[in-house]
Design a binder for this molecule. Structure first.
Ligand code: AMP
Ligand code: GLY
Length: 420
């Protein structure tokens, strides 16, 4: 088989790493990919948002399956374009991807289908939102309706914070069109976890659970990021909780979308808060999580291509879920300043030495310079490992990291801490 992977982050590198282990695959392309992916795939210089060019490429190269990493191409309808040309692709259509691309749609959908989620109201004007704050209970959470690269969520303890958030999102247009509407929701306390499942429109193939560390700084301080690390399984998971999530969240979501003619094919990502009243949905994503995918795929023994193709073919019947008993962890090496302003172009060293100690390294923001590898993004590298216990996995990872250097490198030292 010939596979095309769309995207260039740590998630896509992990997808490539796993796909390359399939006996069914003999050629892989990545568009645009990154220098780490170059060892396993041919890099193609097409942006993930250039969906016509990607479809042209898939047609010319006779690609058997295209796998989409990021959300932007899904929002632009890459799956619809490929479907129209009879090209096989893993991911939801534009209208099914609304579960991620419109928070107000996702919330109304959950309300209609009795899927547990924080209470909420949708606002189309800043004035109405500002008026609501006069009597609203605090803390509360304000979310830009559309895609905002994980930055459109504001947790507001007091009214002036909420007023400032509305100014940024709705009046100053920080997220453009994505902020013309906001969802304001109840603040929930609890522990977060990530539940991902591959769906084929009807059937569901749940993946191992995970948890990511969203805050930039140790002890869960600082601003929200795309994720500074992850572990799998999620520490709080039990058989009962797993079954409850499937029954009250994942199954009704897939059947509810089918009922609305938005049959869900691809990866369904539920960001959950485990509260005293059980699991509730904070957000859905229409794609693999980053860095959760890295830790989940490190534990997958089954052939990933069978699973992804089973989704695209509406044929997730006989796929066996085979997972390693070992647990896994991932620490993100980022550039100082991320998720705000950071510098790039710094020389990266020590990767081979780190790898020789048994860690897997997935590239994210790296670029090939004349004299070697350079940093080129906020999240630069993902250092991952599996082991019988979380302590052993994290020791392996932090030991590997001690050999990696680049100017302004930062990372959290508390990923997987105090986990057995
Ligand atoms: P989201 O992109 O909607 O998942 O939000 C990003 C992060 O904000 C989540 O991972 C949580 O840490 C936090 N968050 C979002 N919604 C809530 C909520 N209703 N209550 C508490 N924390 C929240
Ligand atoms: N790590 C969270 C996400 O991928 O959205």
């Amino acid at each position: 088989m010939k596979i095309l992977i769309v995207g260039s982050g740590g998630r896509e590198h992990a997808l490539l790493w796993k796909i390359s282990q399939s006996k069914r695959v003999n050629k892989i392309f990545a568009a645009p990919g990154n220098p780490g992916m170059k060892q396993l795939a041919d890099l193609v210089d097409i942006k993930p948002t250039s969906i016509i060019e990607l479809a042209d490429f898939a047609q010319e190269e006779k690609i058997d399956l295209t796998v989409v990493g990021p959300e932007q191409p899904l929002a632009l309808g890459i799956v619809d374009e490929f479907n129209n040309r009879n090209l096989k692709i893993f991911g939801p259509t534009q209208k099914s991807a609304m579960i991620e691309t419109s928070k107000s749609f996702a919330k109304e959908f959950m309300r209609k289908n009795n899927i547990p989620t924080p209470g909420f109201k949708v606002f189309n004007s800043a004035n109405e939102a500002l008026e609501y704050f006069l009597k609203a209970p605090f803390p509360l959470v304000i979310k830009a309706d559309g895609l905002a690269a994980g930055k459109g969520v504001y947790i507001c303890r007091k009214r002036d914070e909420a007023v400032a958030a509305i100014k940024e999102i709705m009046l100053e247009g920080k997220f453009g069109q994505s902020g013309e509407r906001v969802v304001i929701e109840e603040f929930l306390a609890g522990q977060e976890m990530t539940f991902m499942a591959v769906c084929d429109g009807k059937r569901i193939f749940p993946l191992a659970t995970s948890m990511d560390y969203k805050k930039a700084l140790e002890g869960d301080n600082g601003p929200n990021t795309g994720g500074m690390g992850a572990i799998s399984p999620a520490p709080q998971i039990s058989k009962d909780l797993f079954n409850r999530i499937m029954k009250t969240i994942i199954q009704p979501t897939v059947s509810g979308l089918k009922f609305e003619n938005k049959e869900y094919k691809g990866l369904l990502y539920a960001g959950l808060m485990i509260t005293r009243d059980g699991p509730k949905v904070l957000e859905f994503n229409a794609r693999f999580g980053d860095p959760e995918t890295q830790v989940v795929l490190m534990r997958l023994k089954s052939d990933l291509v069978d699973i992804l193709e089973g989704s695209a073919d509406e044929n997730l019947f006989d796929i066996v879920a085979d997972w390693e008993e070992n647990v896994s962890g991932c620490v993100v090496l980022a550039a100082k300043g991320y998720p705000q302003k950071y510098a790039s172009g710094h020389r990266i060293q020590g990767l081979e030495r780190a790898k020789s100690l048994g860690v897997e390294i997935f590239h994210a923001g790296t670029a090939q310079g004349k004299d070697g590898l350079l940093s080129s993004g906020g999240r630069v590298l993902n250092v991952c490992a599996t082991a019988p216990s979380m302590k052993e996995a994290m020791d392996k990872i932090y030991n590997g990291i001690s050999f990696i250097t680049f100017n302004d490198m930062i990372f959290r030292r508390d990923i997987g801490l105090n986990r057995k």
